[in-house]
Structure formats: structure tokens, C-alpha cells
Design a protein around this ligand. Structure first.
Ligand code: ZN
Ligand code: ZN
Length: 360
């Protein structure tokens, strides 16, 4: 069966840009348009062919898939690695349906997994999700339970799709490949074998728990340990909790990106914690001792005489603990200045200024 090269059909190079391909398509479409070639079967076929080729090559996503498919099939674009233009019509749904949709309702942006197909062992895709924790939970570490509603390898049959007691046989229609070749509209295509649904094997008795599909969609709960000190954007990887693999290969991982909530008093950068404390002018000039709110209650902080506004003071080892090491707590000192001085107060300050020789 002949495999077609879409680039050759349009007469463009494989490096041709989108505009060039569109221009070339318009030229060819004009030439072979059925209105201009009434009764000409060959022109009709050609028109169909160039339209199909343009449909794929002018769509960035479809073109990428097509190029990958060709690469996969080898330099000659022959052999078994056929390609089915019809797959592209539902491409989006195939790639991103199922798992992804359900997952995203829980996590916000889970991305889809390829459905398990054929009997080629392939590790399941990694799935990403989000996990929100409060500022305090991130400091101390916490345990969270999340529930996932997505496909997982059927526990009753271990993902084989067969009732544990029954025998499986190689599918006679596809010889175990899970794909069959067919000719459609001049294209040699491979499509999923309808008899075995791409599994390559026929089960004597399908597993009742999963109807023979090997995967079940099940709500399951996952306990997650959030380590102390995790930062905003930090990731937690749960091995084997992603999309189920095919052909007996392991499942992918679930990767949770942690979103740490803000705190009204503290900020964090790595292990260090930041806060701001206010002192008055007299305290700034004369020096004092203040009580600073820390992650664990309060700590005393000595303010030396003549502390300027914006001075940063360090409380060692009172920051966040991460992997056994503790950061510092950095306190920015804000000196509050009064704006509503009384006449006597103004006189007092002027007296101070004269005595210091300050310019007024
Ligand atoms: Zn099962
Ligand atoms: Zn089959």
C-alpha cells in the first residue's frame, strides 16, 4: 500500500513556512477546483488530496504530529508507521480528554494522558496538579488528603483486562499489533483494531470490574506529606500515581506544585523569614528593646541608639526550617515620625537642633 507524503502532494519543501504552504495550496486549489474540472475524476481526487494535505500542514499542531509520525515511521515513511488523517480531526480530544478533564476540575491544570493503546509497554504519563497550603502549613509541614477521579490500572485484573481465571489469546485480526492497515481516500492508514480495541489480545472472559478495558475510573484518596519548609512553587512527586501505563508498564507520576498562601505578618524567601516592626523617634534615637513577633511566638530585639529608618536586623536561626537547616528572621525597622507636632514639641525639637548645630 502506498504511503503519501503531504509535502510532495503540495510540492513544498519540508522546511516551508505556513504562509508558503497556504500560498501553494491556494494555487493548486484554483487549478484543481471541481468547478473548473467538471467530470474530471482525476482532478477531483487531486483536489481532495491537496485539501487534506493543506488541512494538516497549515495547522501547527497537526503538522507537528504529522512530522513526528513520519520520523517514527522512518526515513522512507513506509512500513507500518502509517498515519491516519482522521486521527487529527479528533486529535485534541484523544490527547487531552478523559483523565485531564476530570483531573483539572480538582487541580486546576492537570494535563491529559494518552490512552493506553496496543500491547506495547509504555510508561503512563506524568500528571501535574496544584496543592494549596497555608503559610503556617508550609513552615511546619503538614499532611493533606486529596481525592483523584481518574483512570487507574484495574486492581482486579492488574490492568490486563482479562478475568484473572480466563485465558487471553492474540487477536487474529491484527496479529497482536493492535493496529490494522486500511486504505482510505488514497491514504494508507493504520487504525486501531476494532476487534481488540488496540490491545492486541483478546480476553477469554473480560474482567467484570473494568469491562475488559484494564483501567477503571475510580475516586481514590491520596495522603500527601508536605515537607516542612516547602516554598511556593515547590514540587511534590508521587511515584506511580499518574496515568496508568499500557502493556504492563508502570504508571506515571503525579507531580503536585505547591502554592503557599500569603501571611499578613511574615514573608519568606527560601529559609529566611521577613517582617517589619515599627518604633518611634525616641526609641530610634535613644535605643530600646522591642518584642518581635516570630514564627514561634516572640523574641526580644535590641535596638541600638541612633537606629535609622529601614535598618534590617537579623534574628539568627529563627527562620524557616528546611531539610534540617534553619534560616534567619530579618526584621526591617520602620521609624514612625509624627506629623502633628504641638507648639511646645516644635520648640523642643528646635532646641535639640540648635544644640546639635543642625541646619533648620
Ligand atoms: Zn479489570
Ligand atoms: Zn486486534
Amino acid at each position: 500500500m502506498e504511503q503519501k507524503n503531504l509535502y510532495k502532494i503540495l510540492g513544498v519543501s519540508e522546511k516551508a513556512g505556513g504562509d508558503e504552504i497556504k500560498k501553494r495550496y491556494r494555487e493548486l486549489a484554483k487549478k484543481y477546483h471541481p468547478d473548473k474540472n467538471r467530470g474530471n475524476k482525476q482532478a477531483e481526487e487531486k483536489f481532495k488530496e491537496i485539501s487534506e494535505a493543506a488541512d494538516i500542514l497549515t495547522d501547527e499542531e497537526k503538522r507537528k504530529q504529522y512530522d513526528q509520525m513520519r520520523q517514527f515511521a522512518g526515513a522512507g515513511f513506509g512500513g507500518r508507521g502509517g498515519f491516519d488523517p482522521r486521527n487529527f480531526r479528533q486529535g485534541g480530544r484523544r490527547g487531552f480528554g478523559g483523565f485531564g478533564d476530570i483531573f483539572s476540575t480538582i487541580f486546576g491544570d492537570g494535563f491529559g494522558a494518552e490512552p493506553a493503546s496496543g500491547n506495547i509497554p509504555r510508561k503512563g504519563n506524568d500528571i501535574s496538579g496544584k496543592l494549596s497550603v497555608t503559610f503556617d502549613e508550609a513552615i511546619t509541614g503538614t499532611k493533606k488528603t486529596i481525592s483523584i477521579n481518574g483512570p487507574q490500572s484495574c486492581p482486579a485484573c492488574n490492568g490486563s483486562g482479562a478475568e484473572p481465571s480466563s485465558q487471553t489469546t492474540t487477536c487474529p485480526d491484527c496479529g497482536g499489533a493492535g493496529q490494522i492497515s486500511q486504505e482510505l481516500g488514497g491514504f494508507a492508514i493504520n487504525r486501531t483494531c476494532p476487534r481488540c480495541m488496540g490491545r492486541g489480545r483478546l480476553v477469554g472472559k473480560p474482567c467484570t470490574a473494568c469491562n475488559g478495558t484494564g483501567t477503571v475510573r475510580q475516586k481514590r484518596k491520596l495522603a500527601i506529606t508536605v515537607p516542612a519548609g516547602i516554598e511556593d512553587g515547590g514540587q511534590i512527586r508521587l511515584r506511580g500515581q499518574g496515568a496508568p501505563g499500557s502493556g504492563g508498564a508502570p504508571a506515571g507520576d503525579l507531580i503536585l506544585t505547591v502554592q503557599v498562601g500569603a501571611d499578613r505578618h511574615f514573608q519568606r524567601r527560601g529559609r529566611d523569614v521577613y517582617s517589619t516592626e515599627e518604633i518611634n523617634l525616641a526609641q530610634a534615637l535613644l535605643g530600646t528593646k522591642i518584642k518581635v513577633r516570630t514564627l514561634e511566638g516572640h523574641a526580644a530585639l535590641k535596638i541600638p541608639p541612633g537606629t535609622a529608618n529601614g535598618t534590617v536586623m537579623r534574628l539568627k536561626k529563627l527562620g524557616a526550617k528546611m531539610n534540617g537547616t534553619r534560616g534567619d528572621h530579618l526584621v526591617t525597622i520602620n521609624v514612625e515620625l509624627p506629623t502633628n507636632l504641638s507648639t511646645e514639641e516644635r520648640q523642643a525639637i528646635k532646641k535639640l537642633a540648635r544644640s546639635r548645630g543642625w541646619e533648620l
